[in-house]
Design a protein around this ligand. Structure first.
Ligand SMILES: *[C@@H]1O[C@H](CO)[C@@H](O)[C@H](O)[C@H]1NC(C)=O
Ligand SMILES: *[C@@H]1O[C@H](CO)[C@@H](O)[C@H](O)[C@H]1NC(C)=O
Length: 230
């Protein structure tokens, strides 16, 4: 009786503390799940400014009790990365979602609380916000394919261990670079100020960088794992 109770308690403890992140095992699991080797970048790009409202595109039950690492909207904070995606409801004074988004961005200009840091001009802030919504919409298009052939529990465990698997570090990279620049990709390439059609040509190419099938699939797989039990 006592012996079996001890065995039960021991196995419960083992179950709760779970296996530590194992790079080799996780790379096998993630490859099986169709996740690319650049998943730290592709996922961090998609989620660094994720919100509860963004997660609700994928699961209407999403709340702040999520594990998505994001850039802190208050970049003055010593913690530049939040361990979750925060609430960010847009207003409803205007009739369309896009006009309400524009209203939100322009109403907070100069307040340094939109999580982008000091270097972004008004038009660059608008582009960033619309870009992220656009990326989430692109990922949503492929979400049903991931739902139909979902990643294994162990692949999800590897993806969700963001403090070890490189996703959190890549979000930190974004947060750090926002203190002095306007990175669009995580490739550390200089980008011109967005002032005319020529600079837009560079921006639009950068903005489209993570729209390839593999990047979209990485992001869809991660978001599937994050939202599946909500
Ligand atoms: C992503 O991971 C690769 C190694 O696979 C590493 O070289 C790169 O620096 C990481 N990127 C970021 C932004 O952390
Ligand atoms: C960011 O803004 C500062 C202050 O305006 C400027 O000195 C710096 O060159 C900018 N950085 C980039 C990468 O544009």
């Amino acid at each position: 009786m006592w012996k079996s109770a001890t065995v039960l308690v021991t196995s419960l403890v083992l179950y709760v503390t779970a296996a530590p992140y194992d790079v080799k095992r996780c790379s096998v699991e993630l490859e099986k799940a169709g996740v690319s080797h650049q998943f730290n970048e592709t996922v961090a790009h998609t989620v660094h400014s994720m919100t509860v409202q963004g997660l609700r595109l994928f699961n209407p039950r999403a709340t702040v009790h999520n594990q998505v690492p994001t850039v802190n909207h208050n970049l003055q904070s010593p913690h530049k990365v939040l361990p979750y995606a925060p609430e960010d409801p847009t207003g409803s004074d205007f009739a369309t979602a896009s006009m309400n988004m524009l209203d939100e961005i322009l109403s907070t200009l100069g307040q340094a609380n939109d999580g982008l840091g000091p270097n972004w001009s008004a038009i660059e802030r608008v582009v960033h916000q619309f870009h992220m919504r656009d990326v989430w919409s692109r990922v949503l298009q492929d979400f049903p394919y991931v739902q139909k052939a979902p990643p294994s529990e162990s692949a999800c465990a590897c993806l969700l261990d963001t403090s070890v698997n490189g996703i959190r570090a890549a979000v930190q990279w974004v947060a750090d670079h926002y203190s002095h620049g306007t990175p669009i990709t995580l490739l550390n390439r200089p980008i011109p100020k967005l002032t005319d059609a020529n600079s837009w040509a560079v921006w639009r190419q950068r903005l489209l960088h993570y729209y390839d099938a593999a990047s979209v699939r990485d992001a869809a797989t991660y978001i599937y794992c994050v939202t599946k039990d909500m």
